[in-house]
Design a protein around this ligand. Structure first.
Ligand code: ATP
Ligand code: MG
Length: 414
């Protein structure tokens, strides 16, 4: 038997109903905050991600689905995330000369060759937002509040917001030096990957999940202690705004984010009780990104929310139980061929009027049809036999309380 690729998913209606529910709330909230939907290609020139995500990142070095294009000698990659594509699209289409800010959202699948486990797959779904053209803490607070609103509306109580500032090109070198000093003094204790990171990207050391490295990270110098005046002021304004907006958070110096393009504010929403893959949403400011892929200098901030992980958090709280597919308003049971044709006709008439209506298409006995109507949770049933067809009337039965009313077959609606 041919099987699906490891780390991908088949989603049946019981699951897709949950995805549609979540996505509906994401779209509604994005609209309330004035974000419009953007759609970009599923694959791009590999170079975009190498430059836009960063060639020292795990995503680019180990996780990208990269292949040679068939008709041209060029390398293409399936998108591992959404931000680089959105930045490319706005440069390519000259959107940067429009009135700021530019606010976009997307619901996409992303592809990363990772070790599949709960909350980590190779094709995964992401709700992402990007706001370009503002370097103000007000923009940071807006984007963070949008993510918080979505999670709040989904009913999640086990998710906490962690925020940090990792500084700008002015303060980063000082912090980087402090970090290198600290880890060089502990070089014997860190893992081999981290030894490599120490030269290439020391900030990433704080992200390492190996127990000895993680223990060292706890005592490492904190970015917030090395911020320049401007970064410190912005971070203070952001936290003051979040306080007043009633968006709870904790400052967490361990949040540094895995992608190269982050500057200033970074944040994660972390869920309790869903295992190791607990970051349901990660984001931050990426003021250098647009320029790094060939555009003008344009600040930006955004986030990516892992839809499957949000679902895990919802399931952990039992919030998925109430989200079920709509049940039919009416099931028409029919006995005999003439009645079956009439059932089809009435079903069609009601469907055209916008009613969710079902009738037998399998050729079940009347008894089995009634059992089926019950199973699918029909609110009402109508039983059609020869005598009902003859007099043009039938009994409409309310399945909840068992009451019946007579209806005219030709004209009744429900
Ligand atoms: P992680 O720390 O879990 O590897 P990341 O830093 O690589 O996450 P981002 O690139 O910031 O993740 O992606 C944003 C969000 O997308 C994450 O917070 C997570 O919820 C989700 N996500 C990332 N990778 C995966 C994956 N392989 N499977 C499912 N969801 C994912
Ligand atoms: Mg990752």
């Amino acid at each position: 038997m041919i099987q699906k690729i490891k780390g991908t998913m088949d989603l049946f209606p019981e699951e897709t109903v949950l995805f549609r529910y979540m996505e509906g709330i994401m779209r509604e909230e994005a609209a309330r905050y004035g974000f419009g939907e953007i759609r970009t290609p599923t694959f791009e020139n590999t170079e975009l991600f190498v430059r836009g995500v960063g060639d020292t990142t795990d995503v680019v070095q180990k996780e990208m689905y990269t292949f040679a294009d068939r008709d041209e000698n060029r390398s293409i990659s399936l998108r591992p995330e959404g931000t680089a594509s959105v930045a490319r699209a706005l440069i390519e289409n000259g959107r940067y000369s429009e009135t700021m800010p530019l606010k976009y959202y997307y619901i996409i699948s992303c592809f990363r060759h990772e070790k599949p486990q709960a909350g980590r797959s190779r094709e995964f779904f992401q709700f992402g937002t990007e706001m370009f053209g503002s370097d103000s803490p007000a923009a940071d607070a807006t984007v963070i509040s949008l993510a918080a609103s979505v999670l709040r509306r989904l009913g999640l109580k086990n998710v906490k917001l962690h925020i940090n500032s990792i500084g700008c090109p002015d303060c980063r070198p000082g912090y980087r030096a402090a970090l290198v000093d600290y880890y060089t003094a502990h070089k014997g204790e860190i893992c081999d990957t981290c030894k490599d990171r120490l030269d290439k990207n020391p900030l990433r050391l704080l992200d390492c999940k190996n127990p000895p490295c993680a223990a060292l990270a706890k005592k490492a110098p904190r970015t917030v202690d090395h911020l320049c005046e401007a970064c410190e002021r912005k971070f203070k304004t952001l936290t003051a705004a979040l306080d007043k907006m009633d968006v709870p958070y904790e400052i967490d110096s361990g949040i540094v984010r895995g992608l190269d393009y982050y500057t200033g504010t970074v944040f994660e929403f972390i869920a309790e009780g869903i295992g190791a893959q607990s970051t349901v949403c990660g984001g931050g400011r990426y003021n250098g990104l647009v320029e790094s892929i060939g555009g003008p200098s344009l600040p930006g901030i955004g986030f990516g929310m892992g839809i499957t992980r949000v679902l895990l958090a919802m399931k952990e709280q039992g919030l998925d139980k109430e989200i079920v597919a709509e049940a039919p308003r009416l099931y028409i049971a029919a006995l005999g061929e003439a009645a079956s044709v009439e059932a089809m006709a009435i079903t069609e008439r009601l469907r055209r009027a916008g009613v969710y209506c079902e009738c037998d298409v399998v050729g079940r006995s009347l008894k089995a049809q009634m059992k089926y109507a019950n199973k699918i949770g029909a609110e009402y049933t109508l039983i059609l036999g020869d005598s009902e067809i003859e007099c043009g009337k039938a009994q409409l039965r309310n399945m909840k309380d068992g009451t019946q009313t007579e209806v005219e077959l030709a004209s009744f609606t429900i």
